[in-house]
Ligand binder design. Structure first.
Ligand code: SAH
Ligand code: TMP
Ligand code: ZN
Length: 408
């Protein structure tokens, strides 16, 4: 029986996706024969409620000098982080004499550049060297390392305590939660705040967005599990905010226990989680049935379109799409290619399913009949710029919350 990342008690297996490739492991044809695969299984801890992977891929196999995800490929996300930075400056840094901001998983500097430009002391912690270099090229001070207690201590010695520690879509990547929480406790100034945001378990349940499940996402957080984990290290959730990003995320703000008042939103979310029955295994058994049904329906739809001679192209070679293509058995005869704007993904094959990834121009120069929206989390941004595709008779297929062809 696997043991819980948060409390070391046994974890009850919930759903298995079978052997999966590395979600961001885009590959060349000569690498196909050696493509590694790992069991992807999710379990629930009945003691502390944390939903988590039961087997983990070594972090160096996922985060390295050829990491494929560059945050700045989404203009909406760039706007989201700009808004965060300007809000945080007034809300949390106004009183600090010489503020210091630390970001975990700072990627290409999409957020920290706003502090760099304002001349505010900052440090990005980013183990993937290629995206870290992109951040440095923008003037963002970045260290190429994995965050843990030992690094936190070194930063305290070199730079002092942080007034703001931030992480977007990274806390759920860190399975050694106690080392992280302990490092944050040491690094955080007595009056400082830790703010992090990740895909929210409640949204996964409500939207059947099972494609959030892949090797990089070790934990699927809720307020209950976050409070439990960080509470063991003297940190308290003082505010929560639901976000539309990445298909439904939660932003948690924490401080040293007793240092700051707790907002009403925290109690409201606690009540909502009760209503959603996030603590009950039956909720997840029902979700598992919806996931299986979604797979059957998506495969059937694409098979029917192929029989009708329609062209279907994937839109956005997201890490999430690796779960969908492999779990649903989507082969290159069902999905001709995947269009993606990220240069390092283009010309490669998608992990496991080996669907070719091609530049956006290949989509735009010869529209398919259907675009399978793998980047559904960026739907608003994408629909806004694809009016010509729709006008030409093209249609988007989505599978979250249910499998359907979108009406224009
Ligand atoms: N914050 C960005 C990037 C999210 S992707 C955004 O929201 O768009 C997750 C990032 O976390 C990757 O760039 C990955 O290299 C980094 N990462 C993975 N493990 C980490 C660790 N232990 N410490 C710090 N960063 C880590
Ligand atoms: P994400 O869902 O992990 O943010 O990844 C989004 C992927 O989709 C990334 O590879 C870039 C790609 N993409 C496009 O190809 N076109 C777009 O308009 C957007 C927003 C993303
Ligand atoms: Zn537990």
């Amino acid at each position: 029986m696997p043991t819980c990342l948060a409390c070391s008690k046994p974890v009850i297996p919930w759903i298995s996706f079978g052997k999966m490739p590395i979600a961001n492991g885009f590959l060349t044809p000569d690498q196909v024969a050696d493509e590694p695969r790992y069991e992807l299984e999710v379990g629930r801890c009945q003691a502390c409620t944390l939903v988590q992977l039961t087997q983990l891929v070594e972090r160096e196999k996922m985060f390295h000098a050829h990491y494929a995800f560059f945050s700045s490929t989404s203009t909406r996300m760039a706007a989201h982080f700009e808004q965060f930075a300007s809000g945080a400056k007034t809300k949390y840094l106004a009183d600090a004499a010489d503020p210091f901001v630390v970001e975990l998983g700072s990627n290409d500097g999409i957020m920290l550049r706003h502090f760099a430009q304002a001349g505010i002391r900052h440090l990005g912690i980013e183990p993937s060297a290629n995206v870290a270099q992109a951040a440095r090229d923008r003037g963002v001070r970045t260290t190429v390392e994995f965050f843990e207690t030992e690094l936190a201590r070194r930063i305290v010695t070199s730079d002092g305590r942080a007034d703001l520690i931030y992480g977007a879509n990274v806390m759920c990547h860190l399975p050694y939660l106690h080392s992280v929480a302990d490092g944050i406790r040491e690094l955080l100034h007595p009056r400082g705040v830790l703010i992090f945001e990740d895909p929210y378990l409640g949204d996964i349940v409500e939207k059947t967005s099972y494609d959030q499940i892949y090797d990089e996402h070790a934990s699927y957080f809720s307020l209950a599990s976050v409070s439990y984990i960080f509470g063991q290290h003297g940190l308290e959730v003082i505010d929560v905010e639901a976000l539309a990003t990445h298909g439904g995320s939660m932003r948690y703000t924490l401080a040293h226990r007793g240092a700051r008042p707790v907002t009403a939103a925290v109690q409201e979310l606690r009540a909502r989680e009760e209503q959603l029955r996030l603590h009950e295994h039956a909720t997840f058994e029902q979700l598992r049935e919806r996931i299986y049904r979604s797979r059957t329906e998506l495969h059937a739809l694409l098979t029917r379109l192929r029989a009708e001679g329609k062209r279907v192209v994937g839109y956005g070679a997201t890490s999430k799409s690796t779960t969908v293509t492999n779990f649903c058995g989507l082969t290159p005869d069902l999905v001709e290619f995947i269009s993606d704007t990220t240069p390092v993904k283009q010309g490669k094959l998608s992990p496991g399913a080996h669907i070719p990834v091609r530049p956006y121009a290949d989509f735009a120069s010869r529209y398919p009949d259907y675009a399978l929206l793998f980047a559904w989390n960026h739907a608003e941004e994408i629909l806004a710029k694809e009016s010509a595709f729709i006008a030409a008779g093209g249609r988007f297929i989505v599978y979250v919350p249910t499998v359907r062809v979108m009406e224009p």
